[in-house]
Design a protein. Structure first.
Length: 415
């Protein structure tokens, strides 16, 4: 279905006359300027059915959890449904903010999805992604109140159009010329206000319906029983007598976010010499080549069986990944989804940041000190590029010594 056709359909709904003498749900549907907090507080009933249209990436999904909990706190008696892609559905198993998970099939058109959701008779849609498609799905579902950020050609699909905040740092991918200019100038890096973090971005959106906006760390519950069962299923020691260190060397966004493979190998060697740690290699199917390369390098350097490590890359479901991450004492990882998952289940993380910024996407509580974010001092960092246009100097600036020291501090092993 074309956007023009969808616009026409919505126009037919809006064209009906509205009786302004009472603020009905239909009136709200036809008046985008209606004040949503006033509607929710003054209408005859609070929203009974809320749809939260979830985001599409693991790390982003974790960063929405404080906003989900804030919505639950505001509307404790509402039935809250979360619509999410199939690959993230496991993440929300028994989450206290969510009553129901709706799986989104990306092969289905927004029209078909909207028709399916229409029968649920949702009162309110909170649209967390900034995409055109997510807003279209909720509009075609005829959800009377649709809250989301403006932009992406979708503002007309929302009834509550929240402008982008002007007092924050917005991620901007630097061009080749801008990277060269930053290096040549050797100037000061831009200041990134703490409230630019993505956690604050989602909390700001839900605060528009009166949900509390206090910052909290993203949290996901994984039971000790699940950790034990998963460790046993993969043949790992349930209670090892040495630190367990997770290694996550991949990053879907692109190679600019990846600390060099040889640095991961050197870090494992150094930590093994210091503390006789056990290691678990993590990654998705796309990362198996990287983790296999690390496995081969470790066996070649130290011999078969001399270092205790388990390669879980490409072998876990999302829930199993969460439990194995909780099994670890520390995770060394690039800035990617499993890093946020590890922090959310209570595992300390050590993250080299080169092309990206912990002020925007660092795991855990924004501004907290539970994790180690190792930043590059190169003037072109962060560039937010998928591929480095020069010589990868930002990641080379983060040494093995810095990572080993951070891990030792995290597991209380003297350097």
């Amino acid at each position: 279905m074309s956007i023009t056709a969808a616009h026409y359909m919505e126009g037919q709904v809006r064209s009906k006359p509205c009786d302004d003498s009472h603020e009905s749900t239909d009136c709200i549907h036809r008046h985008p300027s209606a004040n949503i907090p006033a509607y929710l507080s003054n209408s005859l009933k609070q929203p009974e059915r809320i749809l939260i249209r979830g985001v599409n990436w693991l790390g982003d999904a974790i960063m929405t959890t404080p906003a989900l909990m804030a919505v639950r706190k505001k509307f404790p008696d509402a039935k809250i449904s979360l619509a999410t892609r199939e690959n993230l559905a496991e993440l929300w198993t028994e989450h206290p903010a969510i009553n129901e998970v709706i799986r989104i099939d990306r092969k289905q058109s927004p029209l078909r999805i909207g028709r399916e959701w229409r029968g649920e008779r949702f009162d309110l849609a909170i649209i967390l992604p900034n995409s055109l498609r997510s807003a279209m799905e909720c509009m075609l579902a005829r959800i009377p109140v649709r809250l989301g950020y403006k932009g992406a050609g979708r503002s007309w699909m929302l009834t509550q159009r929240i402008p982008k905040r002007r007092d924050v740092f917005h991620m901007k991918v630097l061009s080749d010329r801008e990277v060269e200019r930053a290096i040549a100038s050797q100037g000061a890096k831009p200041e990134i206000p703490a409230h630019s973090h993505h956690v604050a971005h989602y909390l700001h959106l839900v605060s528009q319906i009166g949900a509390p906006g206090e910052w909290t760390a993203p949290i996901l519950h994984v039971s000790d029983h699940d950790v034990t069962a998963t460790a046993q299923r993969f043949g790992m020691a349930v209670k090892p007598d040495c630190p367990v260190i997770g290694i996550n060397p991949g990053a879907q966004y692109g190679p600019a976010k990846r600390w060099p493979i040889e640095n991961f190998v050197s870090t494992v060697t150094r930590l093994h010499e210091k503390a006789r740690c056990q290691f678990v290699l993590f990654g998705g199917p796309a990362d198996e080549e990287i983790t296999d390369e690390i496995s081969v390098a470790l066996r070649s350097e130290h011999g078969e069986g001399s270092i205790s490590f388990f390669n879980a890359s490409g072998r876990t479901s999302l829930r199993e990944l969460a439990t194995l991450l909780k099994h670890c004492d520390v995770l060394i990882s690039n800035d990617t989804g499993p890093t946020h998952l590890a922090a959310a289940v209570g595992t300390a993380v050590v993250v080299p940041f080169g092309s990206t910024s912990p002020e925007l996407t660092g795991p855990g509580l924004p501004g907290g000190n539970d994790h180690a974010f190792l930043k590059s001092e190169t003037p072109c960092s962060p560039c937010f590029r998928r591929d480095c246009p020069i010589d990868f100097r930002c990641m080379d600036d983060i040494t093995v010594d810095r990572v080993v020291t951070a891990v030792c501090e995290a597991i209380a092993v003297s350097g």
